[in-house]
Write a new protein. Structure first.
Length: 257
């Protein structure tokens, strides 16, 4: 069965479980993922973005920002939007764009803003750029597992909203990603974002099950992500690091040297 179909089937089953009964199996994280290597050649750096197809993306906002944030991760989308609006500038690089929801809803961006979208998935770039066409965004197809194009200009802000938890690997790979994005910033520029932590595990039973399943499938790679690890990764690459926690979500910001 294709990965997308299995994922959708799982989503449907878990959504059904909210109103009725919990799904039967508990998905365990296999040991090979718990010991994920930091060598990008030995980990699947595409699993976190290939689920976003032209038919699954239209469901994304509803599934993630409508349902999961509230019922699984206990962090309101409005809180994430406020964090985004607090840090975004009019010269912004959005990394891991999804459907472009935060950009679209931001009160701080207008047609005079310079917005660049970067993603490894062309479907996401197409969907987000169409949605915010009024901002005339530039798009860049690039995988965070590789060095970013040297032709990128310098930005005053860059966001990683709900991207880090999609990445495989451990601390050193996350540090590499933060470093790559930080190098796109002008001195004093702000790197900010939000990520779902794997530690402590979500309070709710359904959240724990969904997270374990996502980790098993490579959709998430956050089973070892804690606030201490995030603090360590960010402090290694940024100055004046700030982290705020709501539910299972860590919102973060820091400035480039
Ligand atoms: C969970 S979505 C977040 C979308 C959006 N920022 C939001 O908060 O709604 C993760 C995004 O990161 C992108 N992504 C995942 N892994 C990536 C990688 N290795 N390189 C670049 N983009 C990646 C996906 O294609 C997707 O657009």
């Amino acid at each position: 069965m294709p990965e997308q179909v299995r994922t959708l089937a799982f989503e449907a089953r878990t959504c059904y479980a909210v109103g009725c009964l919990f799904p039967q199996p508990v998905f365990e994280i296999p040991p090979r993922l718990l010991n994920a290597s930091t060598d990008p050649s030995s980990i699947d750096t595409d699993a976190g973005h290939r689920i976003y197809t032209s038919w699954s993306l239209p469901l994304y906002d509803l599934a993630v920002h409508g349902f999961s944030n509230r019922f699984l991760w206990h962090c309101r989308t409005a809180t994430l939007q406020a964090w985004f609006d607090r840090h975004v500038t009019d010269c912004h690089l959005d990394v891991g764009v999804g459907t472009g929801l935060f950009l679209d809803r931001s009160q701080r961006l207008n047609s005079a803003s310079q917005v660049t979208l970067l993603d490894a998935n062309q479907n996401c770039l197409n969907t987000a750029s169409k949605r915010i066409a009024r901002l005339q965004p530039t798009t860049v197809l690039a995988n965070l597992a590789q060095p970013l194009p040297s032709t990128l200009p310098r930005f005053r802000s860059a966001s990683l909203m709900y991207v880090l938890h999609c990445l495989p690997g451990d601390t050193s790979f996350r540090s590499e990603v933060i470093r790559r994005v930080a190098t796109t910033l002008e001195p004093g520029g702000i790197l900010f974002g939000a990520t779902i932590l794997g530690e402590p595990r979500p309070k709710g039973r359904l959240g724990r099950r969904v997270m374990a399943s996502y980790n098993r499938r490579g959709i998430f790679g956050n089973q070892n992500d804690s606030v201490d690890l995030l603090q360590k990764v960010l402090s290694g690459e940024l100055r004046a690091v700030e982290i705020a926690i709501e539910g299972s979500v860590a919102m973060f910001a820091g400035s480039a040297g």
